[in-house]
Design a protein around this ligand. Structure first.
Ligand SMILES: [Fe+2]
Ligand SMILES: [Fe+2]
Length: 152
């Protein structure tokens, strides 16, 4: 059975929150990391910030179209433990693993939105598929970085 409009709005608000938290943590880590090995990751994170912001904006537009409201800062609940800037600012691998965890969470959440809108809300579903494709590409990119940065 298809999800109710309220359930879809709630799922979109959660996705919006996850995107905003990702923007905050990519920004923090893109500024926090230090060292020669950090430069490529810093610029990759800085570039991704814009894409994640675009995701948040597209989710917000859909929430509005469905009659929902966009959460402000006091309504946001954050939970990305693995993406907190590491104590050691040269811990590039720690940040890469944090990015992979965040991308995995986003992928799982978009997959659940795709399932809950099947047969009913194809506009939301298409949005979730488009964002999922971007997150999939991010994950692949950072999996490549992880291979390179953990090479013996
Ligand atoms: Fe995103
Ligand atoms: Fe992403």
């Amino acid at each position: 059975m298809a999800a109710s409009r309220e359930e879809v709005i709630a799922a979109l608000r959660k996705a919006y929150m996850m995107e905003v938290e990702t923007v905050i943590n990519y920004l923090a880590n893109s500024l926090h990391l230090e060292g020669v090995r950090a430069e490529a990751i810093k610029s990759s994170l800085a570039a991704d910030i814009n894409e994640e912001l675009t995701h948040a904006r597209s989710l917000g537009n859909r929430i509005k179209q469905l009659g929902g409201t966009i959460p402000g800062s006091k309504e946001l609940k954050f939970s990305q433990d693995p993406l907190q800037p590491p104590k050691d600012p040269t811990d590039v691998v720690g940040v890469i693993r944090g990015v992979l965890a965040a991308e995995d969470d986003a992928i799982k959440h978009y997959q659940s939105i795709i399932r809950m809108t099947e047969g009913d809300d194809y506009v939301t579903q298409e949005l979730a598929i488009s964002n999922l494709a971007d997150e999939d590409a991010h994950r692949q990119q950072f999996e490549g970085y992880l291979k390179e940065y953990t090479k013996g």
